[in-house]
Structure formats: structure tokens, C-alpha cells
Design a protein around this ligand. Sequence first.
Ligand SMILES: CC(C)(COP(=O)(O)OP(=O)(O)OC[C@H]1O[C@@H](n2cnc3c(N)ncnc32)[C@H](O)[C@@H]1OP(=O)(O)O)[C@@H](O)C(=O)NCCC(=O)NCCS
Length: 187
Amino acid sequence: MMPANHSGSVRRVSLHTERLTLRPTNRADADRAFEIQSDWDVTRMLRMARFPPDLDETVGWFAEHEQEWLAGTAYRFAVLREGRMIGLVDIDEVDGGEGDLGYWFEKAGWGQGFAFEAARAVADFAFGALGLTRLRSGHAADNPASGNVLMKLGFRPLSATRRPSRSRGEDILHQSYVLMREESGTR
Ligand SMILES: CC(C)(COP(=O)(O)OP(=O)(O)OC[C@H]1O[C@@H](n2cnc3c(N)ncnc32)[C@H](O)[C@@H]1OP(=O)(O)O)[C@@H](O)C(=O)NCCC(=O)NCCS
């Protein structure tokens, strides 16, 4: 595969899995993301998110994504099921061959394997096209669903530490994980 174009950045490619299309995000995704993050059960699990979400802030965030991709600092994908956005998976904080994996999905889609299917495709992209060697991730200690997604991907639990949660407005216990490329089944 030829991961980079002649300017050195990774092409803005879509990824395809058995049931899902993952396409690089754009600013038009903000309304749908706002709708999904207006559900407290989703956003309480997102440490850096505001609740209730703010539409201007959400639009501003999506407006940065293309530039982040070109700069090589973050790669964010809208997850589409039959053409409709059901969630988002991203790799951000990319630096020194490492990055952070994150994801969130609308509640109606939970429990059907979509998070695992989509996150696996993005982890493969990170270790393959991006050439990263190490992925970090983590979840609130009271979010076993996310822990199961990470364990199924092969992530290893590291430490549990207290960290601020913006959505909850308090410190929470946060469990961190790591996945090395050679442990991931991806080359
Ligand atoms: C966490 C989240 C992404 C999981 O999405 P999902 O599509 O339901 O996950 P999957 O169906 O791919 O499930 C993956 C594994 O987790 C397990 N799982 C799913 N929901 C679970 C739950 N509530 N409790 C325990 N395990 C659960 C599944 O059984 C599956 O394992 P299995 O295949 O061995 O059965 C989804 O609940 C979500 O978006 N939550 C809100 C945002 C969030 O928490 N993001 C992550 C922040 S760290």
C-alpha cells in the first residue's frame, strides 16, 4: 500500500468493514454528532466532552478535522451504517509513532458489535497506513462496555488513576490501556 501522497500526508481514505463505512469526518457531520452527544448516557462516558453539548463548539471542532488530518495530528472517521452516521472513531494526539484511540456511538446502535468492528478497522489503519507502533486508550471505570471493546482489540490494561471529567464536572476513576503494533495482529 502507498499510505502517503506526494506532500507527505496520509490520503483521506474511507475504510470499509462488513457492515460499516468509515469516512473521514467533515464539518457537515456536526449536527448529527450534536444529536448523538445530546444523550447523557453517551456523553457522560466522554471525559473531554461538554454536557449538554454546544452546537457552535461542535461545529468548530469538526471544522478543524481536515487540517488536523493533513498535519498528521488526528485522524477522525464518521461511522456510517446504511448511509447514516451512527458514531465516530478517531486516533488523536498523534506524535512519535503513538496515538490515542477513541470512539462513541448512538445508544440505539449499542450491543451489536459496531464499536468493535469500527475500532478494529481504525486500529488497523493506525498500525498500517499511519505506521504507528503504539496505541493508547482508556475509559471511565464504570464503563465496562468500552473495556470489553478494548480487550477484544487486544489492549492491555495499565493503571487506574483519577482524572477530571468535563462532562460530569468531577474527577472520575479512569482505566488506561495500551496496544503495541506487534500484539495487534496488524502489520
Ligand atoms: C462503549 C461503546 C462504544 C460500546 O459500543 P458497542 O457497539 O455496544 O460495543 P460492541 O457491541 O462492539 O461490544 C464490544 C464488546 O463489549 C461488550 N459489551 C457491550 N455492551 C456492554 C455492556 N453494557 N456491559 C458489558 N459488556 C458490554 C459486548 O458484549 C462485546 O463483547 P462480546 O463480543 O464478547 O460480547 C458504546 O456503549 C458507547 O458509545 N458508549 C458511550 C460512549 C463511550 O463510552 N465511548 C467510549 C469512551 S472510553
